[in-house]
Design a protein around this ligand. Structure first.
Ligand code: 5RP
Length: 231
């Protein structure tokens, strides 16, 4: 297998396609790897496969719609068979950091509404401890400063310190599909992932955070030697 990043993403996406069965209701993730899956799925749909996709972002919705994949909202299809999504980091026990693309809230809601979540990635995403990738935290715009202080305090309770900053795009605050902001927390390694996730969940201004714990059931990780299965 070629070792260039795009080819590896395609290989992981192709492996995920092998888990898709006719008639399935699918959560469609967000990001460059998830895009490759959507493209391959569209080929299957064009060849006659019957599936319905629930996109996790406006971006994915647009791509899937352009490629002719039948779509539904989570309101219309609240129970999904399988979600396929990328990740920023894959850690022990299939814990994940997600949200690099800013879609973590819908991604987490869709994954939680799915019987199974398969993560697709290249091997660069696999880590021993989560946290080298700055943790995306989706926050309400109201009370931003107070929420950021509360996030810093939660970090300190888990012995985590580092810069936290509001994500920007084109010189302006990045606004999610849900109308919220993203705070990226560069706290470094997060050994007590669950305790920190629980602490973040207690902050009223935190809408959701990018620690995905207990949601993924399988990861398909592309390496130059082939796709590795982590379960
Ligand atoms: C979007 C995400 C993405 O899955 C994550 O950022 C990985 O993206 P890519 O496949 O482009 O590396 O969580 O919110």
């Amino acid at each position: 297998m070629a070792a260039d990043p795009k080819a590896m993403k395609i290989e992981a996406a192709r492996a995920a396609l092998g888990h898709v069965e006719d008639g399935m209701k699918l959560g469609l993730g967000t990001g460059s790897t998830a895009d490759e899956f959507v493209r391959l799925l569209a080929e299957k749909v064009a060849a006659g496969m019957k599936v319905v996709g629930v996109p996790t972002s406006v971006r994915t919705e647009q791509l899937a719609r352009e490629l002719g994949i039948p779509l539904a909202t989570l309101e219309e299809e609240p129970a999904l068979d399988l979600t396929i999504d990328g990740a920023d980091e894959i850690g022990p026990g299939l814990s994940l950091i997600k949200g690099g693309g800013g879609a973590l809230l819908r991604e987490k809601i869709v994954a939680a509404a799915s019987k199974k979540m398969i993560v697709i990635a290249d091997e660069s995403k696999v880590v021993e401890t989560l946290g080298a990738f700055p943790l995306p935290i989706e926050v309400n715009q109201f009370g931003l400063r107070a929420t950021m202080i509360a996030i810093e305090e939660a970090g300190r309770r888990s012995a985590l310190t580092g810069e936290i900053k509001v994500r920007e795009k084109d010189g302006k605050p990045f606004v999610t599909d849900g109308g919220h902001l993203i705070v990226d927390a560069s706290f470094g390694r997060i050994p007590a992932t669950k305790a920190f996730a629980d602490d973040l969940n207690m902050i009223p201004g935190v809408v959701e955070h990018g620690l995905f714990i207990g949601l993924a059931s399988l990861a398909l990780v592309a390496t130059p030697g082939g796709v590795k299965v982590i379960d």
